[in-house]
Design a protein around this ligand. Structure first.
Ligand code: F6R
Ligand code: MG
Ligand code: MG
Length: 376
């Protein structure tokens, strides 16, 4: 039905994987599908698609209950629990249940471990939506491509020649450390947008709104597990969805920025900078040095809330150049070993064991004035 108010929810979690932090197995996806199928039959969901990005299970769901809905969050939580209890734990998969941070779930996923990108829109007469899912990186990884898509006319010609896009967009930017957000307008505040989102470890674009009619254009997951857990539990491999075409960015304008494998934080131990490689479902798992970080793009039509598709959008020779470049950049970055800027700075290593090492050396630190003493 044209005009149907649809809530689009992508909820993801790493609840265990095969051969290290590598890959979800079919049995896990099967349990997740059974759980969502029952919810669809019971009327909770309009439709769903279950997939994975490396070691993360991704639940792509449509419904009419609005974002942050306890029933939907509970469904996702119970689904991840079922996968953990029925498959990850019995098979002793690696990191079984790792993103389920608490046993006391109270109806909202905020601060509980799983990441989510949720929003509501009135279904257009044709509603293409692109879902992007990344592994071995963090929410700030979307900042560069989302800016290109919605604010850079050198990248998206629609900003110049499509009357709905010409009025610009509102960027809702989350400060993930302070748990605050600010709404900034492009094009006139684009330098302010860049001043924030260039700090990818702290600021992430939570959503983008089209100014011509204040409708939602994109939503991303902005949780940071490491801030929530107080100890290092991995980066929060993020997800993002974007409405495409007819006054929103064209499908190709959404994909084109990913032809540049820009550098992101993550990779092994969530502690390194590496290129974000666009991959198809076939190459959707991290290997070399637990990476390089990867991004997958699935395209859907939302029709009466049903998910038609998906199309595996990076399954195209047009992205071979980006993959080759990402491999070259991976070689170059790896040659730095444990040196910055390949390894992240100490502030980003807060929850790793680097700080323990620094603490253990602190007592052996001596004043520079004693430098003439012969080492003993
Ligand atoms: C990165 C990630 C992996 C692990 C690494 C060590 O987000 O999940 O790179 O950090 O494989 O994992 P553990 O400490 O579990 O052996
Ligand atoms: Mg993992
Ligand atoms: Mg992951």
């Amino acid at each position: 039905m044209v005009g149907l108010k649809v809530t689009f929810s992508v909820i993801k979690a790493d609840v265990g994987s095969l051969a290290g932090h590598h890959k979800v197995i079919p049995e896990q996806l099967e349990v997740a599908r059974e759980s969502l199928e029952a919810a669809k039959k019971g009327g909770t969901l309009l439709d769903f698609h279950v997939t994975s990005a490396g070691d993360d299970i991704e639940l792509i769901m449509t419904h009419t209950k609005g974002p942050d809905n306890p029933e939907i969050h509970d469904l996702a939580w119970q689904t991840f629990r079922a996968v953990t209890d029925k498959v990850s734990k019995p098979l002793r998969l690696y990191g079984a249940g790792q993103d389920l941070l608490s046993d006391a779930f109270s109806g909202n996923l905020r601060g509980m471990g799983p990441g989510y990108a949720e929003g509501e829109f009135d279904e257009r007469k044709s509603e293409p939506v692109i879902v992007l899912m990344a592994d071995k990186t963090e929410p700030g990884a979307w900042n560069w491509p989302v800016y290109k898509i919605f604010a850079d006319p050198m990248s998206s010609p629609g900003l110049v020649i499509d009357s709905s896009m010409r009025k610009g967009f509102i960027f809702r930017i989350m400060d993930m450390m302070e748990d605050k957000f600010v709404d900034l307008k492009t094009p006139e505040e684009s330098y302010d947008v860049l001043a924030l989102i260039g700090t990818t470890g702290r600021y992430a674009i939570q959503s983008v709104w089209r100014r011509s009619d204040m409708t939602l254009a994109a939503v991303s997951s902005t949780s940071r597990l490491s801030f929530m857990a107080g100890r290092y539990v991995g980066k929060d491999d993020p997800c993002l969805w974007i409405r495409a075409q007819a006054g929103y960015p064209a499908m190709g304008e959404i994909l084109d920025p990913f032809a540049f494998p820009h550098l992101v934080a993550g990779w092994t131990r969530g502690s390194h900078i590496g290129p974000l490689m666009p991959v198809s479902l076939k190459d959707n798992q991290c290997t070399r040095f637990d990476g390089p970080p990867r991004v997958l793009a699935l395209g859907f039509q939302v029709t009466d809330g049903r998910l038609i598709g998906p199309a595996d959008l990076f399954d195209d020779v047009a992205f071979d150049g980006a993959r080759a470049e990402a491999n070259r950049v991976a070689d170059y970055m790896r040659r730095h070993g444990p040196f910055m800027p390949h390894r992240l700075g100490p502030e980003e290593m807060e929850y790793t064991q680097l700080n323990e090492v620094l603490k253990s050396l602190a007592t052996r630190m001596r004043p520079a004035a004693e430098m003439l003493v012969v080492p003993s």
